[in-house]
Design a protein around this ligand. Structure first.
Ligand code: AHG
Ligand code: MN
Ligand code: MN
Length: 353
């Protein structure tokens, strides 16, 4: 059932009354930033902002001009309202201090302004991801204030800039989707109380990294690929868009499992995705929709952060499949799995002593 014309503003005001009323105002500002990013991304090559910016970001990755503009859009829409004590962005090494001209509040906004930006030049869906924490008191935030486990998030969401722009949000009571009505400029509640199906036959992982994965992930993917002729007894389908927002959106709509697991390439990087503003908000949205989100060895939302930009392994989606991958990690770590030998091990002897 569609929910008539419940706008995002009405929804957040109704769901953040009382002690969280400032949170509603902050979410309305985030939505305004998202609309301006949507307009920019929607112009494509006509925006004149295709290509690389001069700089690299804190991750050492080439920044696109559109990454920089999306970052500025979120900062400028959210810094003035008096709800925030500080912000952390994928595109800024240090936490952002609220300018002196503006009042401070008790919320913290952490965000990836443009996720999947390598896809923007090829006209494939990209998105923005955000997480909101709260502090006991207003004032300027220190780095330590942002280093809170995802279980303490008071709100999380993403915008997806696809054929339609959508904003998917949780304030701790379910996961809800809003579609941008480009004529009225409003986000309209079109997907109330999204539920991730517990079972799935669809997996998403970048298999070009297969030789770097740990044995439990090798085992899981090999079994999916073996399909009906293997131990699973059913055929699986695979998808990889290389935009986490688009993968998570697909999983919220029809189920599936997404993995960017730990790999052996660089011990300093136990995964590709960032904990505070990619993994945590997506984990909250997936859990609030009845799915599961794990590092393979524990709940993502329970990870204690140590640094602003730290990375974490991510395995999320349909509950039964995520629990299976966790079990494979447990069996591997305790040596109780049957020795798993993938075709890769046998052919290339990559991990033999
Ligand atoms: P970002 O563009 O913010 O750096 O994030 C891209 C992320 C994520 O969206 C996606 O799942 C992953 O990187 C894709 O990685 P590969 O290029 O290794 O497939
Ligand atoms: Mn990203
Ligand atoms: Mn990004």
């Amino acid at each position: 059932m569609l929910s008539g014309r419940t706008t995002l503003s009405k929804f957040v005001i109704e769901h953040t009354r009382g002690q969280h009323s400032e949170l509603g105002a902050l979410l309305v500002d985030v939505a305004a930033a998202v609309k301006s990013i949507s307009a920019l991304v929607g112009k494509g090559a006509l925006s004149g902002f295709a290509g690389l910016a001069a700089a690299t970001n804190v991750q050492g990755e080439a920044q696109k001009k559109i990454d920089v503009l999306a970052n500025e859009a979120i900062l400028s829409h959210c810094e003035w309202g008096g709800q925030l004590a500080g912000m952390v962005s994928e595109e800024m090494e240090a936490a952002y201090r609220i300018p002196d001209d503006y009042p401070r509040g008790r919320y913290l906004l952490l965000f990836d302004p443009l996720d999947g930006s390598s896809n923007s030049d090829v006209n494939v869906s990209v998105g923005s991801i955000f997480s909101i924490l709260s502090r006991p008191a207003a004032g300027d935030a220190a780095d330590a204030d942002f280093l809170r486990p995802g279980s303490e998030q008071v709100a999380a969401g993403y915008a997806i800039y696809g054929p339609a722009t959508m904003l998917v949000l949780s304030v701790g009571s379910g996961t809800h989707g809003f579609t941008l009505d480009r004529e009225s400029g409003n986000f309209i509640l079109t997907h109330p109380d999204i539920r991730v199906p517990a079972e799935t036959r669809e997996f998403a992982i970048n298999t070009s990294n297969e030789r770097f994965w740990e044995a439990p992930v090798q085992r899981y993917v090999a079994e999916c690929k073996a399909g009906r002729s293997g131990v699973r007894g059913v055929d699986f389908n695979m998808r990889w868009i290389a935009s986490m927002v688009a993968e998570v959106h697909r999983i919220l709509m029809r189920g599936g499992i997404f993995m960017y697991p730990k790999d052996h390439r660089d011990p300093a990087r136990p995964g590709r995705l960032r904990l505070l503003y990619e993994a945590n908000p997506m984990a909250m949205l997936i859990e609030q929709a009845g799915g599961a989100a794990s590092t393979g060895r524990g709940r993502i939302l329970d990870v204690e952060p140590e640094t602003l930009h730290q990375r974490v392994p991510v395995i999320l989606g349909s509950r039964d499949e995520v629990e299976r991958v966790e079990r494979y990690h447990r069996e591997f770590d305790t040596g109780t799995d049957r020795p798993f030998v993938s075709p890769l091990f046998a052919e290339r002897s990559l991990f033999r002593d």
